[in-house]
Design a protein around this ligand. Structure first.
Ligand SMILES: [Zn+2]
Length: 227
């Protein structure tokens, strides 16, 4: 049943290649400071119950996840209140802008990428930071978007911003200005996206589906690139 042949077939959809851009959720996953540890609790067993299942305990902001506007903006839309069309992103620009510890993606970086950003497009920033996942500084020295660049993108009325780091705000920021600017402008944020080196196109389609968690400020997602 679980042969590699079946998996390979599933990785294609109408002649498109599917690439998984999601981190594996497990008890060793890198966590944002202050986030609870992930627990998988064995809930039933074949030997006792005749079937296998587990209960999970985790933050709604674990691994590859979406931040809903309500994450920072009181009264704004929670994750279950976002139009589902926004999770199926047809016009996604991949911006490969290399950044190291604590560096900011600037307006100039975006302009120099020479992309035509239209209303409702989505932007994925590949900073290369995902390759530091196994290093201690993945969480505490991540690059991020500059507040000026967040305003620039907000004025373009885009749909979503994704980044291959644990936060859209660089680790230098303690007040989360970029989160606040984007979420106030109803732009959803996807963090901890990965495997971007496998995408060799400047534009692709992205599906990132959160769970329908009533009133929640975010949700882990399975993010898939369709090339
Ligand atoms: Zn988050």
């Amino acid at each position: 049943m679980y042969s590699s042949e079946i998996i390979k077939k599933e990785m294609q959809f109408e002649n498109n290649m599917i690439i998984d851009l999601s981190q594996s959720i497990n008890s060793n996953i890198k966590l944002y400071p202050g986030s609870p540890n992930v627990y998988f609790l064995k809930w039933s067993k074949y030997s006792i119950d005749g079937y296998d299942s587990e209960a999970i305990f985790l933050s709604t902001h674990t691994g590859t996840h979406i931040d809903a506007p309500s994450h920072f903006i009181e009264g704004a839309a929670p994750i279950d209140n976002i139009d589902v069309n926004r999770f199926v992103m047809k016009n996604v620009h991949l911006l490969k802008i290399f950044k190291s510890s604590n560096q900011l993606i600037t307006i100039e970086d975006i302009i120099n990428s020479d992309i035509d950003i239209k209303e409702n497009d989505s932007i994925v920033f590949s900073t290369g930071w995902e390759h530091n996942y196994n290093s201690d500084n993945y969480i505490n020295a991540n690059p991020g978007l500059s507040p000026e660049a967040a305003i620039y993108l907000s004025n373009k009325k885009i749909n979503a911003v994704a980044i291959d780091s644990p936060s859209i705000d660089s680790a230098m920021e303690s007040e989360f200005p970029v989160h606040k600017i984007l979420l106030k402008n109803d732009i959803i944020i996807i963090e901890n996206i990965c495997n971007l080196a496998q995408i060799d196109k400047k534009k692709f389609k992205l599906i990132a589906i959160p769970l329908k968690l009533l009133g929640a400020s975010g949700s882990p997602v399975r993010a898939l690139a369709i090339i």
